[in-house]
Ligand binder design. Structure first.
Ligand SMILES: Nc1ncnc2c1ncn2[C@@H]1O[C@H](COP(=O)(O)OP(=O)(O)OP(=O)(O)O)[C@@H](O)[C@H]1O
Length: 341
């Protein structure tokens, strides 16, 4: 038997889904609608407390739903127990049993289902081999590195042949170097296995690197859904532009706009066009130099802006702290932002 999902991956559909932990408190998740394409990598992204983990736990069946529905390939799973949904969860701490070998950790859920020892060990070893852990199958978690533990956790989640894998901050326990390496591995596995992954993170960079679809949440609602490219280049509103970073929000007579800081044009003050601004910081970043500036005529919350210059462009005209300059942008680089009603 093939150890990896024989069924096609499932699409997840969320309809008017809400979660209120206690009566009279604000909803942690507030009537959200979302469709996650089958076989795609979806990242739920947002600041702490925005409701992304609650949403994931409701899909997993680890949290009850206050109202609304969750469908997996048009099958309503809202009230099914976690084990019957066709989902599997991979946790932040990996939650491996410390006294069991990698093989026994991976085989554990098959043991619970009454699968015979020879069969479950074979399937566990096949899966461990698939995530390049075959040679370490008899080690206990304490004898494995963080990255190796993550692979065991992945194999353990996959042994139940899920159609959707749910990942709750799966990289946050790893050091920064390993996090980037394992991020690439997660992406590769998702494509290789062809499963639907739903991954919760608070890191914009992680979501941009991994996702086919990003879902940006704030205060229990979805602010924007799109590919990393769409969201980075066309943030829907000021929250998304600021949360994604790398953008300036500027008031114009036609309303607020976002302009990427690497698309800003900067010129000496003698060239009259553009908004006057004073340079407050010059930060050398290697490939780039990040200039911090204060706009002269802007509301206090819109005063601070930044400009990212390539190192060569900066060296050609090395602006210094205290200097006054003019800022402008090409019309095509200005993204109109929706204003809250
Ligand atoms: N078990 C709980 N009981 C009561 N309130 C909760 C519970 N779990 C979460 N909340 C609240 O619901 C809101 C959303 O929490 P949730 O954990 O979904 O956010 P999050 O975006 O995943 O945040 P983080 O990145 O910090 O984990 C928060 O205001 C949180 O305090």
């Amino acid at each position: 038997m093939n150890a990896v999902a024989p069924l096609p991956p499932a699409a997840v559909e969320i309809v008017a889904l809400s979660k209120r932990y206690a009566p009279g408190t604000p909803a942690a998740v507030d009537a959200i609608d979302l469709r996650i394409a089958s076989g795609s990598y979806c990242c739920l992204l947002g600041p702490s407390g925005c409701g992304k983990s609650t949403t994931l736990r409701m899909i997993a069946g680890h949290e009850s739903v206050t109202s609304g529905d969750i469908l997996l390939d048009n099958r309503n799973i809202t009230n099914l127990p976690a084990a019957m949904r066709g989902t599997a969860m991979m946790f932040q701490s990996f939650a491996l049993f410390p006294h069991l070998s990698a093989t026994d950790n991976v085989a554990f859920s098959l043991k619970m289902k009454g699968v015979g020892k020879a069969e479950r060990q074979k399937r566990a070893r096949d899966l461990l081999a698939r995530v390049a852990m075959g040679h370490l199958a008899e080690r206990k978690p304490g004898e494995l590195s963080g990255g190796q533990q993550q692979r065991v956790a992945l194999a353990r989640a996959l042994i139940t042949e899920p159609r959707v894998l749910l990942l709750d901050e799966p990289l946050s326990a790893l050091d920064p170097f390993l996090r980037i390496q394992m991020r690439a591995e997660l992406r590769r596995w998702q494509k290789e296995l062809g499963l639907t992954f739903v991954h919760v993170t608070h890191s914009q960079e992680e979501a941009m690197a991994l996702a086919d679809t990003m879902v940006v949440m704030n205060h229990g609602v979805i602010e924007q859904v799109g590919s990393p490219h769409e969201i980075y280049n066309h943030p829907a509103n000021e929250f998304v532009a600021r949360f994604m970073g790398g953008h300036n929000v500027i008031d114009t007579p036609a309303g607020p706009i976002a302009v990427r800081n690497d698309h800003m044009r900067i010129a000496a003050d003698s060239q009259a066009d553009g908004l006057a601004a004073a340079i407050t910081d010059v930060e050398y970043q290697g490939t780039y130099v990040l200039l911090g500036l204060a706009l002269e005529a802007a509301a206090p919350e819109r005063r601070n802006v930044s400009v990212l210059l390539g190192e060569a462009a900066f060296l050609a005209s090395p602006y210094a702290q205290g200097e006054t300059v003019r800022l402008s942008w090409a019309e095509a680089d200005a993204c109109a932002l929706a204003v809250a009603p």
